[in-house]
Design a binder for this molecule. Structure first.
Ligand code: NAP
Length: 250
């Protein structure tokens, strides 16, 4: 499928690694100007260099999505650099420690919530302000299969991702009639640096949760984000889209 992102600008948070990296590259390949925003400027700059070497247009920005001032600065930078904000992939996220709910320390809980839920809210807030003035835009929030299923030892992550799914629905109710579509994506487990600490038996256990018989690849999620941001998804808003190898079908 080909899309027309020529002259459009999209920002991707967590664009320096994993799903965000592939999303940045896929959108640039389709002709978008991409702001690759990440906690690590070095990682974002590497992705930008690779996009430019492939003939695309991108700029790196250092953002901490858990800081509202930083999220606002990212949106301001995008407008200053490219003149518009047509799309956003609010993708930055962290895993958090693997512990049962009763063993979670309040500061561990807060850290996960501050990036995975507060961070999506801050980005959304400032993106929507700009898009509302323009009367158009499309936003994808990266939730997870754990935005609908529980997962023992991941209480903060599960709660935050359920929150992202709900926040997405709410923003869609408020902004769809103003020309702005808002959707969330629920990936199953995807082979990215987020899963790097796993040993073989943990990897096999996770794989067995996916009836398709393997984990996902980051480009398989990125391609869905590109579609949802594009004009081809013009009647799709407020929805939660699984890309999960039938994980949730069981
Ligand atoms: P990843 O490879 O670890 O990428 C996450 C990126 O987010 C990293 O570049 C990281 O930067 C950045 N980041 C972390 N905290 C940030 C902050 N406060 N502000 C800005 N950027 C920040 O992970 P991934 O697997 O691609 O995950 C991307 C998204 O998909 C996350 O929301 C995750 O929850 C979701 N997801 C992943 C899976 C999976 O199995 N991989 C499944 C479902 C959903 P640093 O590297 O500098 O820390």
């Amino acid at each position: 499928m080909s899309y027309d992102f020529q002259g459009k600008t999209v920002l991707v948070t967590g664009g320096g690694s994993g799903i965000g990296e592939f999303s940045s590259k896929d959108l640039a390949k389709e002709g978008a100007n991409v702001v690759v925003a990440d906690l690590s400027l070095e990682h974002a700059e590497r992705v930008v260099q690779e996009i430019k070497s492939a003939g695309g247009e991108a700029t790196a920005f250092k953002v901490d999505v858990s800081d509202p001032a930083s999220a606002k600065a990212m949106v301001d930078f995008t407008i200053k650099t490219y003149g518009s904000l047509d799309g956003a992939v609010n993708n930055a996220g962290i895993g958090g420690p693997a512990k049962n709910t009763g063993d979670y320390e309040p500061d561990e809980w807060r850290k996960v919530m501050s990036v995975n839920l507060d961070g999506v809210f801050y980005c959304l807030k400032y993106e929507l302000e700009v898009m509302e003035k323009a009367g158009k835009g499309s936003i994808v929030n990266m939730a997870s299969i754990l935005g609908t299923n529980g997962f023992a030892t991941a209480p903060a992550y599960v709660a935050a991702k359920h929150g992202v799914v709900g926040l997405t629905k709410n923003a869609a109710l408020e902004y769809s009639a103003k020309g702005i579509r808002v959707n969330s994506i629920g990936p199953g487990f995807i082979k990215t640096p987020l899963l790097e600490q796993m040993n073989k038996s943990q990897f096999d256990a996770l794989t067995s949760l996916h009836p398709i018989g393997r984990l996902g690849e980051p480009e398989e999620v990125a391609q869905l984000a590109t579609f949802l941001l594009s004009d081809k998804a013009s009647f799709i808003t407020g929805s939660y889209h699984l890309v999960d190898g039938a994980y949730a079908a069981q």
